[in-house]
Design a protein around this ligand. Structure first.
Ligand code: SME
Length: 156
């Protein structure tokens, strides 16, 4: 799947009910190296696992900001690309098959509200193109998340 043709589809999926899950499913199903795709959402000082798609559930359903590769990206607000997880001391292991990982923060109003976490079973699966593409997807997910929480607040 090429990034430029995927992006408009992601924009369309963002209009659907359960948009965040639909986007996660799309990334998982259309990018061969994206073995496990999950979204973590900030709750206080933690990241809490939300929508995900992959062969296995992860035991890391709550990660303190600052812990692991996920927590590092949330703390710094910067995308993390780990080409070889076995050589990164921050890495929290989820799946024995994972060799590389990318974590992309999701921002709203200048703050990190969540992140996209993708695991791959090949070394060095993620590069600058994945980063650029997934940072655009993160901006779409920010819109999805803030519109659903606004809708939720309005119903209260
Ligand atoms: N590897 C991540 C934890 C999340 S699992 O990959 C799904 C980390 O180091 O933060």
């Amino acid at each position: 799947m090429d990034y430029e043709s995927a992006y408009p589809t992601i924009g369309q999926l963002a209009q659907q009910p359960n948009a965040a899950q639909a986007i996660v499913n799309y990334l998982h199903d259309h990018f061969a190296s994206y073995s496990w795709v999950g979204l973590y959402w900030v709750e206080g000082s933690d990241l809490v696992l939300g929508e995900w798609n992959g062969p296995e559930a992860t035991e890391h359903t709550r990660i303190a900001i600052g812990t692991g590769v996920c927590g590092a990206a949330a703390a710094s607000g910067r995308t993390e690309i780990v080409g070889d997880v076995s050589r990164d001391s921050r890495y929290l292991a989820c799946f024995s098959s994972t060799k590389s990982e990318i974590v992309v923060p999701i921002f709203a109003d200048g703050s990190v509200i969540g992140e996209i976490d993708i695991d791959a079973s090949a070394l060095n699966a993620f590069g600058a193109e994945d980063q650029r593409f997934l940072e655009r997807v993160a901006a779409v997910l920010a819109g999805v998340r803030t519109s659903t929480s606004t809708a939720r607040a309005a119903r209260r």
